[in-house]
Design a protein around this ligand. Structure first.
Ligand code: NDP
Length: 673
């Protein structure tokens, strides 16, 4: 019996009554679900996101939002077997579903962890350092990122109903923006099951997530410049949406991931018998058959040196012959079905188009009997790919690739470029010059490039795997969008603002001290104060001490660092940077600590690093030095026990010239501890 898919809007499940689209199983064609959004109030959904979800999310810090992502990941992880069972009907095998379901949950975990580690316990982000804008230092600027106050509309493709949804959801929720997510109808029943779990977990605040099973109605007509549309699917739909009047009129941010004819290039050095040759054959065959080739990152164009064409063809034929499509529910099945019979027809049509420029080297296009959407791999071969166009532009979204020979490396680069922009390319070589020529030739056309060789193949995540920390997207035909890429993906849902003003005002607004802002010296040493009691700007001004030649020599002998600049007057004088022998940079750091440290046990727990260290002027024997230590930033309460404090440290000489500057990072105990 087929299920009627429900949408989740205004924190209620909406059950449609008419206007259904039937969703057939990819295995046997029976209708597994029916979807419709007839009668759904899209304006109310947008209002709910903007008025309820947005404010609730923005009231939370990045760390609180990261905590929710982690809790959702744990919740889904405990229930994923249910998703696996539902997803078999999409034609996906257990291994395919692992990419989709575990991959999606993994992306939630990854963003939870990045949010906690790389973002402050705040509601905004400071980007970069202070920009000095005036001679006297009374006018400065700093870039900040704040969440957009609109809604993120996510429109997903059919091939990854879980991962595609979750890899967009994670960075958006972390940014503090509510989501309306719409899966492709063909596999919407998997996405619905996943959303159902997220909703029943009760982890997200009201209005943070809404779900549309079916068409988007008039949703897009009401988008504003505070909204974002993030789309994955075909170039045709992407073009239609990008040109939607509301989207173009209101400059709605539009992130697109679409058709991509990704290439794999075998280097001229990687002949038969080399590890790279074997890695190449294995990777191409795998990319053609995983998800039955329905991956936006799958290898569509296989570029080989002309001399290797025959050998590669034979090796690929042997590998592909083993990929017999079968029932995805069975463990032994290596390749499942396409998502639907309609999809299979589209693949066959695309192959027919490609055949005007290429011939079939392996496989067949006649469709097997039965109600399922099974389709065996097809390898095409194009003899004159430089003169061809379709093999570089028509994406057969199934287990289909085209082999193309090249004569020179320049030609290989030209061929890759004919794809007019792709998500990913992979290069198989063990030759540094070949790698260099190919990478710098093709990098501007790709969001990701993988160089595979014997040294990394074993641990490589492969050509086809987008990773949360890496950019996923590509220029031109691939849509021009970028997703994930660590925090970059979060920032797509935030507005970058250059904030100008006086150092005091900028420091107060951003909760980060900047040079020129008030730096009151406190009667009590700040090392005696716990995390909560510390105030941004509180400062220690130390007395000064002299650095003698005996200090430098003592340090050199004690540490073993007898570099000539510290120990040999003649050699040091010949160095254009030094007036003669100078103090070690590390000696300056050590003396600085000796000057500013308060030695008694107290709430300061540990020094865990320095950042932005610069030695700006040499310290000669006889010079003196003093230190200003200021609480710069305490925006990261890492645990109930302690918080991270950043101190601005500046070391001056007897002429008040800065000789060194850095950020000192410490952990300080919290009141709770
Ligand atoms: P579509 O572009 O048809 O659909 C993608 C998404 O857009 C679906 O959720 C779809 O919803 C939605 N959509 C379609 N029309 C509109 C509209 N007018 N307004 C709002 N939303 C709309 O792509 P498919 O997923 O069907 O895949 C078709 C082809 O796209 C594939 O054969 C392949 O070539 C390519 N593709 C490329 C990918 C890539 O990243 N490179 C990934 C997946 C597909 P609904 O399903 O309800 O129509």
């Amino acid at each position: 019996m087929s299920t009627i898919l429900k949408s989740y809007v205004e924190d209620r499940w909406f059950t449609p009554e008419s206007g259904f689209a039937d969703i057939p199983s990819a295995i046997d064609g029976r209708v597994v679900a029916r979807a419709s959004t007839k009668g759904l109030d899209f304006v109310a959904a947008l209002r709910h996101a903007r008025e309820v979800g947005g404010p609730a999310l923005r009231a939370l810090t990045f760390h609180e939002r990261a905590g929710m992502l982690k809790a959702i990941a744990v919740y889904l992880n405990e229930r994923k077997e249910e998703l696996y069972q539902i997803a078999f009907d999409t034609g996906a095998t257990r291994r395919d579903n692992w990419i989709d379901i575990d991959g999606g949950i993994g992306t939630l975990f990854a963003y939870a962890s990045r949010g906690k580690k790389e973002l402050p316990s705040e509601r905004f982000v400071i980007e970069g350092e202070t920009e000095p804008l005036s001679k006297a230092g009374t006018f400065v600027a700093r870039h900040i990122l704040t969440p957009l106050i609109g809604v993120a509309v996510h429109i997903n493709a059919f091939n990854f109903p879980c991962w595609g949804m979750l890899e967009k959801l994670a960075p958006t929720i972390l940014a503090g923006v509510p989501v309306i997510t719409k899966p492709a109808t063909a596999t919407a029943y998997v996405a619905e099951a996943c959303v159902r779990m997220i909703i029943e977990s009760g982890i997200l605040p009201k209005g943070a997530l809404q779900f549309i099973a079916g068409s988007t109605g008039d949703l897009l007509d009401h988008l504003t410049g505070q909204d974002v549309v993030s789309f994955t699917g075909s170039a045709d739909t992407s073009e239609k949406l990008r040109n939607h009047p509301a989207i173009s009129r209101n400059a709605v941010r539009f992130i697109a991931e679409r058709d991509s004819l990704n290439a794999a290039v075998l280097g001229p050095d990687a002949g038969p018998g080399t590890p790279e040759f074997d890695i190449f054959v294995k990777e191409v065959a795998r990319e053609m058959t995983v998800k039955a080739g329905q991956k936006c990152t799958a290898i569509r164009r296989v570029l080989v040196p002309r001399a290797q064409e025959e050998t590669v063809t034979e090796a690929l034929k042997a590998a592909l012959a083993k990929a017999v499509p079968g029932n995805p529910r069975l463990d032994e099945t290596r390749m499942g079905a396409l998502a639907s019979r309609a999809q299979r027809e589209a693949v066959v049509e695309a192959i027919e188009e490609l055949r005007s420029e290429a011939e079939i080297a392996f496989g067949r296009v006649d469709i097997p009997d039965g109600e399922g959407a099974f389709f065996a791999p097809v390898l095409l071969r194009c003899d004159e790919p430089l003169k061809a166009n379709k093999v570089h532009s028509v994406e057969a979204f199934g287990p289909v690739s085209t082999l193309m020979p090249y004569d020179t490396l320049d030609e290989a680069v030209e061929l890759v470029k004919k794809g007019e922009g792709s998500l990913v390319a992979s290069v198989y070589t063990y030759d540094a010059d070949v790698a260099d020529a190919l990478i710098f030739g093709i990098a501007p056309y790709h969001g990701r490039v993988l160089v595979l060789d014997r040294d990394c193949a074993k641990e490589s995540t492969g050509h086809g795997s987008p990773l949360p920390g890496l950019v996923h997207g590509g220029p031109g035909r691939a849509g021009g969008g970028e997703e994930m890429g660590g925090l970059r993906g979060v920032f797509h849902y935030m507005q970058r603002t250059a904030l100008q003003g006086s150092p005091d005002r900028i420091a107060q607004i951003t909760r980060r001290w900047t040079k020129g802002a008030a730096a009151p010296v406190t009667p009590e040493h700040p090392f005696k104060r716990n995390y909560e009691a510390l105030k941004i700007g509180e400062t220690v001004q130390t007395p000064s001490r002299t650095v003698g030649l005996e200090d430098i020599e003592h340090f050199a002998h004690f540490t073993g660092d007898k570099f000539y600049a510290h120990m040999d007057e003649e050699a040091a004088s010949a160095n254009p940077f030094f007036p003669g022998r100078v103090a070690h940079g590390y000696l300056i750091l050590s003396f600085a600590a000796g000057l500013f440290v308060d030695p008694a046990p107290g709430p300061l727990l540990a020094n865990y690093g320095l950042e932005n260290l610069r030695f700006l002027k040499p310290v000669s024997p006889g010079d003196s030095m003093r230190v200003r230590l200021t609480v710069k930033d305490k925006r990261a309460a890492r645990s109930p026990e302690y918080g991270e404090v950043r101190w601005d440290v500046e070391v001056f000489n007897q002429n008040d010239e800065t000789v060194a500057r850095y950020d000192l990072l410490t952990m300080s105990a919290r009141t709770a501890a």
